[in-house]
Design a binder for this molecule. Structure first.
Ligand SMILES: *Cc1c(COP(=O)(O)O)cnc(C)c1O
Length: 464
C-alpha cells in the first residue's frame, strides 16, 4: 500500500464524526444511495435527525406508552428476531401470548377464562377490526338461518375512534354513530335503542371516549338491550372498545361492571401499548366464549401439537411487545397497575383543579369517572385575545403537545384542549406545564393575537 493511501485509511479511522467524509457533506435523502457508509457515521446522522421529533414524554396528546422500565428495553432487544406468526419456531413466545390472553380473560371476569378465545394484535385498531368482523359474521349466519337478506348490516356506537369508521368502510357496514347533543357527549341507552333493528350486528360502547375520555355506560346499555330483547326478540351483542379503559377500570374501579360480568358483552378490545404499559405495537382482542368467534374466521396452525388458532390481519409481527406485556403483568400484578393508574388519576385531578382555577377555562372532564385525563374549553363568551389553538401553539415552543381540536357532530362548535396523564407524567412534570400555561396566558394578555388560529390554520391534530 502506498504511503498516501495508508494516511487516508488512518484518517478515516480516527476522523472526528462531524469532520468525517460522510458527515461533513450531505447524506443522500431521496435517491437510493449508491455507496456504503460507515455505520458509526450513519447512526449519528439518523440520530441527529430524530432530535427534531417532538419529545414523546411532553406529548400530552398521546394515549400511548412513552416510558418503560429498563428491563423492558432489555427484553425488547432480546426479542428483536421473534416473529409472532412463527409459532413452531418460537413456541415459548406463542405460549406467552396465550398466557396473556388468559390473564386478560381473568382480569375482565370471563366466566370461563380457560375457554376464552383471544389474540394479540398490533393495537386496538386491528383488534376492533377482528371484533367487528366476528359480529358481522355471526349476524350474517343468523340472518341466513332465517332466510333474510344480509346486505345492509349496521353497527351502533357513540363518538368513536377512527378505527371504527375504518371498520365500517372497509367491511361495508353502516355506522350509526350517535351524535353529541348539548352537554351529552357520549352514548346513552335511549339513543342506542332508537337506532336498533334486525340489521344491527352489534353495539360498541367505548370505555374512555377519545374526544373527552369519559366512560360510556356499558351496563346501562346492556340492560336496555336486554329489555329490547324481551320486548321485540332482537338479540344484539355488545363489543366494548376498552382501548384505554380495559387496562384502567379493572384496577381502579373493580366494581364498575363493563366487562364479561355483563352477559351481553361478547368481546372486548384493548391497547396493550396504552394503559397496558407495553411498548408500542400491541393490542388485544378477547371473546367471551368460543361461540362468539365464528369458526370460519379462524385459521388453525397445528405445528404446536395443540390447537393454535390464529385470527389476525397481519402475518409477520414482532414478538417483543407481547413479551414485554407479559413482563408487565408479572412485574406489576393488580397491585402495581393500580398504583400506577391511581397516581395518574391523582395527577389528572390535580391538573384539572389547577387549570379550572386559572380563570379562562371551563373544565369539561376533570379526570374523575373516566380515564386519567382532562379536557377543557374556553369559558363561554370569553374574549381573551387567544384561542385554544393559539395556546397549543405557544405551549409547543416549550416542547409541550397539548392539542386543541373540535368535537365531532353535532358539537363541532365546541373546541377543547386535552391532556392524557400516563405513566411517567408526574406531578412535577404537571407543575412545569401549569407554569408554562400561566406564562402563556399572561403573554397573550400583553400581546393579544390579531389573527387567532383556527382549526384550519392551526395544522392538523390526529387522535391517537
Ligand atoms: C387508541 C384508540 C383506538 C385505536 O387503538 P390503537 O391501539 O392506536 O390502534 C381505538 N379506540 C379507542 C377508544 C382508542 O382510544
Amino acid at each position: 500500500m502506498a504511503l498516501h493511501e495508508k494516511d487516508s485509511v488512518r484518517a478515516n479511522l480516527l476522523d472526528d464524526l462531524y469532520a468525517s467524509s460522510d458527515l461533513s457533506v450531505r447524506m443522500p435523502k431521496y435517491k437510493f444511495p449508491e455507496e456504503e457508509h460507515d455505520p458509526r457515521h450513519v447512526r449519528q446522522a439518523v440520530h441527529d435527525e430524530l432530535m427534531l421529533d417532538g419529545n414523546s414524554r411532553q406529548n400530552l396528546a398521546t394515549f400511548c406508552s412513552t416510558w418503560v422500565e429498563p428491563e423492558v428495553h432489555q427484553l425488547m432487544d432480546e426479542c428483536i428476531d421473534k416473529n409472532m406468526i412463527d409459532k413452531d419456531e418460537y413456541p415459548q413466545s406463542a405460549e406467552i401470548e396465550s398466557r396473556c390472553v388468559h390473564m386478560l380473560a381473568d382480569l375482565w371476569n370471563s366466566p370461563e377464562a380457560t375457554n376464552t378465545m383471544g389474540c394479540s394484535t398490533t393495537g386496538s385498531s386491528e383488534a376492533a377490526m377482528l371484533g367487528g368482523l366476528a359480529m358481522k359474521w355471526r349476524w350474517r349466519e343468523k340472518m341466513r338461518g332465517q332466510g333474510k337478506p344480509t346486505d345492509k348490516p349496521n353497527m351502533i356506537c357513540g363518538p368513536v375512534q377512527i378505527c371504527w369508521h375504518k371498520f365500517a368502510r372497509y367491511w361495508d357496514v353502516e355506522l350509526r354513530e350517535i351524535p353529541m347533543e348539548g352537554d351529552r357527549l357520549i352514548m346513552t341507552p335511549e339513543e342506542v335503542i332508537k337506532r336498533c333493528d334486525e340489521n344491527t350486528i352489534g353495539v360498541v360502547p367505548t370505555l374512555g371516549v377519545t374526544f373527552t375520555c369519559q366512560y360510556e355506560p356499558v351496563k346501562a346499555v346492556a340492560d336496555a338491550l336486554d329489555q329490547l330483547q324481551k320486548d321485540t326478540g332482537l338479540n344484539i351483542p355488545v363489543h366494548v372498545d376498552g382501548a384505554s379503559g380495559g387496562f384502567i377500570a379493572p384496577f381502579v374501579d373493580p366494581d364498575l361492571e363493563w366487562d364479561f360480568r355483563v352477559a351481553r358483552v361478547k368481546s372486548i378490545n384493548a391497547s396493550g401499548h396504552k394503559f397496558g404499559l407495553a411498548p408500542l405495537g400491541v393490542g388485544w382482542a378477547i371473546w367471551r366464549d368460543k361461540e362468539d368467534l365464528p369458526d370460519d374466521l379462524i385459521f388453525r396452525v397445528n405445528y404446536l401439537g395443540g390447537n393454535m388458532a390464529t385470527f389476525a390481519l397481519n402475518f409477520s409481527r414482532p414478538g417483543g411487545q407481547i413479551v414485554a406485556q407479559y413482563y408487565n403483568f408479572l412485574r406489576l400484578g393488580r397491585e402495581g397497575y393500580r398504583k400506577i393508574q391511581q397516581a395518574c388519576y391523582d395527577t389528572a385531578a390535580y391538573l384539572s383543579d389547577e387549570i379550572g382555577k386559572m380563570g379562562p377555562f371551563k373544565v369539561i372532564y376533570d379526570g374523575r369517572g373516566g380515564i386519567p385525563a382532562l379536557c377543557w374549553s374556553l369559558e363561554d363568551g370569553a374574549n381573551l385575545g387567544f384561542t385554544l389553538y393559539d395556546l397549543a401553539d405557544r405551549l409547543r415552543s416549550r416542547g409541550w403537545q397539548v392539542p386543541a381540536y373540535s368535537m365531532p357532530a353535532n358539537r363541532q362548535d365546541l373546541v377543547i384542549q386535552r391532556i392524557l396523564v400516563r405513566h411517567g407524567v408526574s406531578r412535577d412534570l404537571g407543575d412545569l406545564l401549569l407554569g408554562d400555561m400561566q406564562r402563556s396566558i399572561d403573554y397573550f394578555k400583553k400581546n393579544p393575537v390579531t389573527t387567532p388560529l383556527t382549526e384550519e390554520t392551526a395544522g392538523g391534530y390526529k387522535h391517537s
